[in-house]
Ligand binder design. Structure first.
Ligand code: TYD
Length: 208
């Protein structure tokens, strides 16, 4: 039996973590077996790669290096965690996945989505999300939220224009994949967002 692969996407500070926790509780209460993971990270090796990618001091990192590092962290996570969990029939909820690369590296860094998907084909194979929840928030707003919480990492330190490209990139992607990507207004209350997310997820679970 194969499980269900859900990914959560959005600009920095869109509120993904809060919603992932709530979705996990909701689905666990319904009796489903849930595996949570985040990108970049989620395995010992991927977390080690994460510390390199997000290091504030590595301002000289080239775009290609960045793209390949995200893809390497992903390859390890897919092989070690996501694929086995799906083969076991579990529900995997991942905080970011390949769409983050399509938007941050493909659009905001200008590398193009074709190159990004080509590289990532090696990283993820046929392990692609069944549904993706996109929390839509203006790039600038998200960064303002982040600034209140903690020191910004290398990606969050990028310009306001970069973060605007990220939000615009996500909206474009949602239009290109309406069957998979469900865009939800991330400026609503936590509860309002949560009920829209469970509506989407319940609908797909009902058809399984
Ligand atoms: P993280 O702290 O996990 O951000 P957030 O809490 O907003 O999810 O940091 C991940 C950063 O890496 C975030 O700025 C988005 C970026 N990113 C990419 O640029 N490409 C990718 O493929 C992924 C997975 C993340």
């Amino acid at each position: 039996m194969s499980g269900l692969f859900i990914t959560m996407e959005g600009a920095d500070g869109a509120g993904k973590s809060t919603q992932i926790e709530k979705l996990k509780d909701y689905l666990s209460n319904k009796g489903y077996d849930i595996i949570l993971c985040r990108e970049p990270g989620g395995t010992v090796i991927s977390e080690a790669i994460r510390t390199v990618i997000l290091n504030r001091e590595f301002t000289e990192m080239g775009n290609m290096t960045e793209l390949l590092l995200y893809a390497s962290a992903r390859a390890q996570l897919v092989e070690e965690v996501i694929r086995p969990a799906l083969e076991d029939g579990k529900i995997v909820i991942c905080d970011r996945f390949v769409d983050s690369s399509a938007v941050y590296q493909g659009v905001a860094r200008g590398m193009g989505s074709q190159l990004v998907y080509e590289v990532n084909r090696y990283a993820m194979g046929d392990t692609v999300p069944d549904i993706t929840i996109l929390l839509d928030i203006k790039g600038k707003e998200g960064i303002l939220r982040k600034k209140k919480q903690a020191q910004l990492d290398r990606m969050e330190m990028e310009s306001a224009a970069f973060h605007e490209k990220v939000s615009d990139g996500y909206r474009m992607l949602a239009k290109e994949h309406p069957e998979r990507i469900h865009m939800i207004d991330g400026t609503q209350t936590i509860e309002a967002i949560h009920s829209q997310i469970i509506e989407v997820v319940d609908a797909i679970l009902d058809t399984e």
